[in-house]
Structures are given as structure tokens and as C-alpha cells.
Design a protein around this ligand. Structure first.
Ligand SMILES: Cc1cc2nc3c(=O)[nH]c(=O)nc-3n(C[C@H](O)[C@H](O)[C@H](O)COP(=O)(O)OP(=O)(O)OC[C@H]3O[C@@H](n4cnc5c(N)ncnc54)[C@H](O)[C@@H]3O)c2cc1C
Length: 504
């Protein structure tokens, strides 16, 4: 492959990973990031001695992270030390029972015997089934560039798979294996990692709990942000030029419908052989390409796509160790199905939501002042929120909502939480929109519903402009850090293929 000049808009995880890969191949790569630091949603903030990772907390599929460093001739552990978490997480149910999920089979079976003995065989059947499915899905769907998927989708194997799980929800899929309602929830709530309800997410995604069991749930010892810092260091070593405070205003499209360069907000124009956008795909079309040039991704089409939920965040520094909390915890509300419907159907800001609580100081005490703990509280909330038929303004409602969540957590056993708070930070969907620039403030990007997954997801190679590509959560294969790293790999393959064709 001859050397090309390639520009990447956005220094999120996907943009940085792709930059490393392309630079390793000998290309001249420049990243343009609008903020003062790279990382996008993998952001960090320091407040009163607390180090707060604002976005991701779960590190799944560590092999995908390792693969990037290995590809670039490095050992990831020299850049990002990681450790395995066991238990992976604790599920706190509304009836005050709790269940731990482990990444060791003996521990998991022991916990199931304690919690729902009658579903033990169902669990073994679930694992055997997911193992077979995972091999097919990973090899044929997830890690293949999206443009070759149409051929694969016609194979009998995939057709069978789609028939089995593509058209059934994760929620209904779980019912095939588990009679206990808690387990049904425990083996389907993982759709919320992608910002979607288990009632709408295809059963194909039920491989997630299998992946957690077999590959583990990991944590970068120095905090999640160290993933981005490690990849940014790697990019620098490979000669990638990273421009910060360099917001892109427009992708320049010529008469032949080829992307030839970018115009920065300061008016500067930079040209290149290829342009990749790491900015959220729907936002790229709407914000960076004039409507008059777009025939497929018109504003109407982009707005008609289905978006994942948004997130309301509360970060609390506390001077008490709540022993019942593991590193990762989910508190399910009483009527969780109603909660999912509020988030995705009625767009109602829930009064009794399910809540995720992360305690990173359980694993790394240095993230808080001595003797204190940091609680990261995430409440999934709808995009375009409303309550009682009225539009909901997060700027007006954020303190009241935060207070209601604290009250709810106290009622769920975090006794006197309010009294023990020494630091409080609120981060609303507006803040997410300002940080990542995601369309409609959808923090997790395009929803993983059937018609937006795999062959149906907007393509990494632009369907209407030559030399324009996409990398990141709203394109193939989907949301979440490991998927975004795979997105960088498949994007690189597409670019390499096009480059070879051009030079043939
Ligand atoms: C609250 C939350 C919790 C999450 N939890 C997890 C988790 O536990 N585990 C997990 O694996 N994943 C998790 N995720 C998902 C994960 O963070 C994302 O899928 C991933 O970080 C997305 O990376 P990206 O490269 O697609 O884009 P982004 O991180 O969105 O990066 C896009 C970049 O483009 C920049 N940009 C935007 N506009 C412009 C412009 N005009 N010019 C130049 N630059 C621009 C942005 O500033 C940003 O840096 C979570 C996400 C959120 C929000």
C-alpha cells in the first residue's frame, strides 16, 4: 500500500485507534479534535481530590484492546495495566435480594444454586447455546467489514441464526432458558450497555453474558481513562499528528462527490486522500455535510433513525464504605419493564428508575482522598425527555432529580447517604451532548435494534461520497469500547482495500 494522507475528524477511542493502525502501515495521519484533549466519551474530570471517569466503567473483551497494541508492535500492559474483577457485578433486585455474576464457572454455578436452583440446567443450556452462537456472530458478523456482510447474510448458517435470535428480543430469548424472573432480567439487562431496552434488542446480543463469563470483566488499574492515554501515547510514538482545539466545520465534497478535505472552524482548509469521521455518524451527516449535497442521509432520514437512551450522571464522594456495594452494581426498580417503556416508548423521565452504581475506589482507592469512596451513579433517561406531557429541561430539573436519586438509593439500603456526601457533581444529557456532539444527545449512539444492526447499520464506507469513511459507535459493528476498536480494524481494512484498488 502506498503512503496516503488521511485525516480523521475526532479524537475519540475509534479515531485514535484507527490513527494508530493507519500510521503503523506508513500513512501520514492527522487527527482533528475539537476539545483541548482527546478521548471523547472516555473522559475524565478531577474534582476535590477525586478522579472521575465520566463515561465507560466496564472493560469487556480485553483481547480487542490487546490486539491494537500487538498490531502496532507493543505490549498493552506496558501502556494500560488491567486487572480482572470477580465478581463481575452485583444485581440488587427490588425485593431486596441480590445476586452476583462471576467470570468463573464454579463460582457462578454456586451462586445460581443459592439463588435459583431450578434454573441451573437452563443456565448450562444457555451457555452451550451462546458458545456456538458467539463463534458464528464474532467471526462472520462483528469482525467483518460491513460491506462484505451482504454476502455472508445470505449464507444458510446466518439465515438460521437470524431466524432464531434476530427476530426475538433479548427479554423473550432469556425466557427460553430461565423460569425465575430475576434471572430473566439478569441475562437480558446487558442491552442497557448499548443504551437499549431488552424488549427491543435482538436476542443475538444475548452473547454478552457469555462473553462476560468466558473473557471476564476487567478494569484498568489506573482508571478507565488510562485506556485513552495509552492509545494516545501509542499514536504519538507512531507519528500521528494530533491537533486539539481544532473543530471541523465541514467536510469538503467536490463535483465528483468525492470528499477531498476538511474546513476547520477557524477557516483553514486541509486536503487529503481520504477523510474519516469519528464524530457520531448521524451528527457527521447533519452537521458537517451541507444538506444540499446529501441524497441518502437527508436530515429527515437521519432524524427517523432509532437512537439509544441518554444518561443522567451523579458522582458522589462519600466518607462511608457501603460494604454491600461491589465495583459494579445495578439496582433494578420495582417495575423495570415499565421503566424500559418509559425510556424508549413514552420518553417519560422515570420517577422510580433502575440505577447503575459504580464504585471504582473498591478496586483503586487512589481515585479518592484517603478514607473516602467515589460513587458513579448512572440513570438511563430518554432523549427528548418529558414528564406529565411537558418537555423536561435538565438545566432546571437536574438538582431535584439528583436529590430524588439520592433518596431512592437511601431507600435501597445506602443508609444516610446524603449525610455522608463530601463531593457532588451532576452531569446531564446536555453535558454529554456538549462533550461528544452526539445527535439528539443520544449518549450511546444509534440503537442496536435489528434494522440498525449488522448489514442494516449505516456503513463505514460512505454510501454516497467517495473517499469518506466512518469509525465509531454509531457505525459498524456498534457501541461500546471493544466494538469501537473493532470498528477501527474494519475501517482500516476498507481503506486498505480501496487504496490497493486505486493503485492496481
Ligand atoms: C455514560 C456512558 C457509559 C459508557 N459505559 C461503557 C462501558 O462501561 N464500557 C464500554 O465499553 N463502553 C461504554 N460506553 C460507550 C463508549 O464510551 C463509546 O462507545 C465509545 O467511547 C465511543 O467512542 P467513539 O470513538 O465512537 O466516539 P466519541 O467518544 O464520541 O468520540 C468522538 C470525538 O469526536 C470529537 N468531535 C465531535 N465533533 C467534532 C468536530 N466538529 N470536529 C472535531 N472533533 C469533533 C469529540 O469531541 C470526540 O472526541 C459508555 C458511554 C457512555 C456515554
Amino acid at each position: 500500500m502506498s503512503q496516503e494522507k488521511i485525516l480523521i475528524i475526532g479524537g475519540g477511542l475509534g479515531g485514535l485507534a484507527l490513527a494508530c493502525r493507519l500510521a503503523k502501515q506508513g500513512n501520514a495521519v492527522e487527527v482533528f479534535e475539537r476539545h483541548a484533549s482527546v478521548g471523547g466519551r472516555v473522559a475524565q474530570k478531577k474534582v476535590k481530590g477525586y478522579t472521575i471517569d465520566l463515561g465507560p466503567t466496564f472493560m469487556l473483551m480485553p483481547g480487542e484492546f490487546e490486539e491494537l497494541f500487538t498490531y502496532c508492535g507493543r505490549d498493552m500492559r506496558d501502556y494500560v495495566p488491567i486487572q480482572r474483577l470477580d465478581p463481575c457485578y452485583r444485581l440488587h433486585f427490588a425485593d431486596q435480594t441480590h445476586m452476583d455474576f462471576y467470570s468463573g464457572l464454579p463460582e457462578m454455578l454456586h451462586e445460581l444454586k443459592r439463588f435459583a436452583q431450578q434454573d441451573l440446567q437452563g443456565y448450562l443450556n444457555f451457555l452451550a447455546y451462546q458458545q456456538e452462537k458467539y463463534a458464528v456472530v464474532y467471526e462472520n458478523f462483528i469482525t467483518q467489514p460491513a460491506d462484505s456482510l451482504s454476502k455472508i447474510a445470505l449464507s444458510p448458517q446466518i439465515f438460521e441464526l437470524l431466524n432464531l435470535d434476530g427476530f426475538i428480543s433479548m427479554w423473550d430469548h432469556a425466557a427460553k432458558f430461565f423460569s425465575d424472573e430475576h434471572l430473566r432480567l439478569g441475562f437480558s439487562f446487558q442491552s442497557m450497555y448499548l443504551g437499549e431496552s431488552p424488549l427491543a434488542t435482538p436476542g443475538t446480543y444475548s452473547i454478552i453474558p457469555f462473553v462476560e463469563l468466558t473473557q471476564g470483566v476487567w478494569y484498568p488499574t489506573q482508571g478507565i481513562r488510562s485506556i485513552v492515554d495509552g492509545i494516545a501515547k501509542l499514536a504519538k510514538e507512531l507519528g500521528v499528528k494530533v491537533h486539539v482545539k481544532a473543530a471541523v466545520q465541514e467536510i469538503i465534497i467536490d463535483e465528483q462527490r468525492r470528499a477531498t478535505g476538511i474546513r476547520l472552524e477557524n477557516g483553514a482548509i486541509v486536503t487529503a486522500d481520504r477523510i474519516v469521521s469519528n464524530l457520531d455518524l448521524p451528527a457527521t451527516y447533519v452537521k458537517l455535510i451541507p444538506a444540499s449535497k446529501r441524497a441518502i442521509y437527508t436530515d429527515k432520514k437521519v432524524n427517523a433513525l432509532k437512537y439509544s437512551s441518554s444518561a443522567f450522571m451523579l458522582f458522589l464522594g462519600v466518607d462511608k464504605d457501603y460494604a454491600q456495594l461491589e465495583h459494579h452494581n445495578v439496582f433494578f426498580c420495582k417495575d423495570y419493564l415499565h421503566n424500559f417503556k418509559q425510556l424508549f416508548d413514552t420518553m417519560e423521565v422515570p420517577q422510580d428508575p433502575s440505577v447503575y452504581v459504580n464504585v471504582p475506589t473498591r478496586t483503586n482507592p487512589k481515585l479518592a482522598p484517603k478514607g473516602k469512596h467515589l460513587l458513579y451513579v448512572l440513570v438511563p433517561v430518554p432523549i427528548r425527555p418529558q414528564r406529565d406531557g411537558k418537555a423536561w429541561d435538565w438545566n432546571l430539573e437536574k438538582e431535584g432529580f439528583a436529590d430524588a436519586i439520592i433518596t431512592q438509593l437511601e431507600a435501597r439500603g445506602l443508609n444516610d447517604l446524603r449525610k455522608h456526601i463530601r463531593m457532588k457533581e451532576v452531569f446531564t444529557p446536555h453535558d454529554w451532548e456538549a462533550l461528544g456532539g452526539m445527535h439528539l444527545g443520544s449518549t450511546f449512539g444509534l440503537s442496536p435494534i435489528f434494522f440498525q444492526s449488522s448489514v442494516f447499520r449505516p456503513k463505514q464506507k460512505s454510501e454516497e461520497f467517495k473517499s469518506l469513511y466512518f469509525v465509531g459507535a454509531s457505525t459498524h459493528p456498534g457501541s461500546g469500547m471493544p466494538m469501537v476498536l473493532i470498528s477501527a480494524r474494519t475501517c482500516q481494512q476498507l481503506i486498505q482495500r480501496d487504496s490497493l484498488e486505486r493503485n492496481a
